[in-house]
Design a protein around this ligand. Structure first.
Ligand code: NDP
Length: 447
């Protein structure tokens, strides 16, 4: 296993996020390889992307000035189904970040029990501060190249940071024009053109359904629990909504400029105001503190450090912004406050050292590939509805989502126990996700 990791570093020495994601998985897989040495070649193969596409995305701003961004699609693994995974538009996007996300996606998609391989893509384009027209021109130019590499049986992208309903709409419109057909090529679409109900809510809701299962292993629940959430985008908003539904109290949220603390709790009304602020007016979270008395705003620098958000005394912490936002020091602050559970809404928001602290203090910890899998699972349900040319009701999709999250929790929990690591959701999720893909790859001849 060590040699696999060394080869990964040797091949791509400048990809720290990808190394971090690979190292975590390889650490978990040692007991599997002891039991199944025949899977070692699979490990060697699974760390290499099947295909990486990089392309130029030229677009004109409202003043007629040309900008040139970089677009990517990482088609990581298609052993159990077509590539599936989001598109991220953020100035920090590069191959290392997208490869880490695509790699995680392989295991996550396997855990959902649905037939989806792993992929990820995006661009270093930053939609923040751009007009709708500029975002539209960018999305159209991006799809002008991407369309030849995707397909409903090949690769079905979705949203991620910076890619919400607006961007998916523009991307879908351009795909339809270029391909001259109406197919379920993207998920996260609007309900009027093939989108699934509950897809926007799914990652946040699914996260809380998963955390609820974790808490129940300690005979605890969200009722009366204090909860810190980072981020104020798609995942954070709907995680907050579901925590409130279940009787919990959300006291923090953030964006890349800083974080807010509201000791009285962010109730439904305040959350609706945040959704309006972030989704319609595209404003900054600092405005919350001006609007609601008794709350405060703390500026964060440098991103993504949240400088103190994790020092707030809570029972449950849900990091929902971006990678590496909780380090060991911040994990110790959570431990000092006797946090019961930490569940990742974002992908890899906790550093390996932070995860070590959670394990050391016996804090329940769920890795994103298990706890945030509700989004891609519901994307899978959107694909099924598109194929059937049917739309399921909110209740039907939500019921399926809840069942999937309960199953993922059980699978990760039981697998960890079986391999002698009870309560270790990281090992449980990595091993369970790996075994299905490894079996499929072996059966197909490791080509
Ligand atoms: P959004 O773009 O809707 O929201 C992201 C939030 O995180 C915003 O509040 C943003 O602040 C903040 N943020 C982003 N980057 C940074 C940074 N570098 N430092 C501090 N804050 C930051 O994205 P999503 O909610 O969709 O995604 C959040 C996380 O969840 C990501 O890790 C994503 O990969 C993961 N995820 C998303 C899924 C989905 O279905 N959307 C599915 C599974 C995982 P600002 O507004 O200032 O940019």
């Amino acid at each position: 296993m060590k040699s696999v990791y060394e080869d990964v570093i040797k091949r791509d020495p400048n990809q720290p996020e990808f190394h971090q994601a690979v190292e975590e998985v390889l650490d978990s897989l040692s007991p599997v390889i002891k039991l199944h040495p025949e899977y070692l070649p699979v490990v060697r193969s699974i760390v290499e992307a099947e295909r990486i596409i990089q392309f130029k995305v030229p677009w004109y701003d409202d003043n007629g000035v040309l900008h040139v961004n970089r677009g990517f699609r990482i088609q990581m693994n298609s052993a159990i189904g077509p590539y599936k995974g989001g598109l991220r538009f953020h100035h920090s996007v590069n191959q290392s970040i997208l490869k880490f996300l695509a790699f995680e996606q392989v295991f996550k998609n396997s855990l959902t029990g649905l037939p989806m391989g792993g992929g990820k893509g995006g661009s270093d384009f930053n939609p923040k501060g751009k007009s709708d027209q500029e975002v539209m021109r960018f999305c159209q130019s991006f799809m002008m190249e991407l369309f030849r590499h995707i397909g409903e049986n090949l690769d079905v992208p979705a949203g991620d940071i910076g890619v919400g309903g607006r961007e998916i709409g523009y991307l879908f419109g351009m795909y339809k024009k270029l391909a001259n057909e109406f197919t379920g090529i993207l998920t996260g679409k609007g309900p009027s053109y093939g989108g699934s109900l509950i897809r926007p809510e799914a990652t946040g809701y699914g996260l809380v359904y998963f955390a609820k299962e974790m808490l129940s292993t300690k005979n605890k629940s969200f009722e009366g629990a204090k909860c810190s959430i980072s981020g104020s985008g798609n995942v954070a908003q709907f995680a907050a909504e579901k925590v409130i539904d279940l009787g919990g109290k959300v006291v923090t949220m953030s964006d890349s400029s800083g974080w807010i603390y509201d000791p009285a709790g962010i109730d439904r009304e305040k959350l609706a105001w945040i959704m309006d602020l972030k989704n319609i007016h595209r404003g900054r979270i600092s405005e919350y503190a001006d609007k609601f008395t008794g709350s405060s705003f703390t500026k964060s620098e440098p991103e993504p450090s949240l400088n103190g958000l994790w020092a707030v005394n809570v029972d449950v912490a849900l990091p929902c912004a971006t990678q590496n936002e909780i380090n060991a020091e911040e994990a110790k602050m959570l431990a000092a406050n006797n946090v019961i559970a930490v569940a990742e809404g974002a992908n890899m928001p906790c550093t390996p050292e932070a995860v070590g602290v959670f394990h050391q203090y016996g804090i329940l910890f769920a890795p994103g590939k298990a706890s945030n899998a509700g989004g891609v699972a519901t994307s899978g349900l959107e694909m099924s509805q598109n194929s059937l040319r049917l739309s399921w009701s909110r209740e039907e999709v939500d019921d399926r989502l809840q069942k999937i999250m309960i199953d993922i929790h059980k699978n990760a929990f039981d697998t960890a126990k079986k391999y002698g690591l009870p309560g270790d959701y990281v090992a449980g999720a990595n091993i369970a996700g790996f075994l299905k893909v490894a079996e499929a790859m072996t059966a197909q001849g490791l080509i």
